[in-house]
Design a protein around this ligand. Sequence first.
Ligand SMILES: NC(=O)c1ccc[n+]([C@@H]2O[C@H](COP(=O)([O-])OP(=O)(O)OC[C@H]3O[C@@H](n4cnc5c(N)ncnc54)[C@H](O)[C@@H]3O)[C@@H](O)[C@H]2O)c1
Length: 282
Amino acid sequence: MAYNLLKGKRGIIFGALNKNSIAWKVAERAQEEGAIFTLTNVPIAIRMGDTQTLANKCNTIVIPADASNVEDLEALIVQSMEFLGGKIDFILHSIGMSPNVRKGRHYSDLDYDFLSKTLDVSAISFHKVLQVARKLDAINEWGSVLALTYVAAQRTFYGYNDMADAKSLLESIARSFGYIYGSERKVRINTISQSPTPTTAGNGIKMFGNLLDFSERMSPLGNATADECADYCIMMFSDFTKKVTMQNLFHDGGFSSMGMSFSAMEQYNRGCEDEEPDHKFD
Ligand SMILES: NC(=O)c1ccc[n+]([C@@H]2O[C@H](COP(=O)([O-])OP(=O)(O)OC[C@H]3O[C@@H](n4cnc5c(N)ncnc54)[C@H](O)[C@@H]3O)[C@@H](O)[C@H]2O)c1
């Protein structure tokens, strides 16, 4: 169901690789809600993935850009404003990549060049997008910028590796830049902390299936899907959330407020049948 929530708004969406990508779902919903936008990704992802297919569906263009490269970002933002016919109202940063995770390096044995790459691509790129946009004065008043993050920024998750450090930095950038961009030009900047989601990046996490199951058991409302995340992003880009900024917003079915649930506890029911609870709330 569409509500015209983004009618007349212009955006840039980073990170739609294939139909499982969270950014893909956001692009589809943004179009349904009346927005126009450009899509962007790294050249290799455009060649190997389906970004162009999405662009055809959304009547838009794909502008190649490495989000860690300032010149690429300048060209992207200038070309987007030209194509869309004006300044930008929303940006989605939906980017994550860790060479340490890809190469199976343990957190206690990180390759530091890889770590720099993880931080640059997954977190500092958010600062670069904001800095370039601000210098070009590319975002309209009450514009909304979002990045996607994970609760491993606050708490330790087995196997999440140096992406946890990247997500902490990403969330901090949203706060630090949110103050500056908000007070100067009324641009709001937030992060959405999403449930584990079966995407290409998600499946790169060690024992991802187990994490998905644990998270589902622990979340009173169940894991949030990519489609539900897209709905939340649309709301955050809309005029209904104009005074929300510098926040890390949990979109996780309640996971982040849980300690233990019946459904998770049940997994550890080893020889204590006499302690079986009377009720289950799952
Ligand atoms: N999948 C999950 O479980 C989950 C949970 C919480 C948060 N997130 C976050 O959601 C975001 C989107 O990931 P996804 O799950 O949709 O996976 P995805 O693999 O579909 O998307 C990741 C995207 O990052 C892009 N990317 C990598 N390096 C880049 C660079 N240098 N410049 C520009 N783009 C680059 C990839 O090409 C890809 O399109 C990421 O920030 C991820 O950490 C994912």
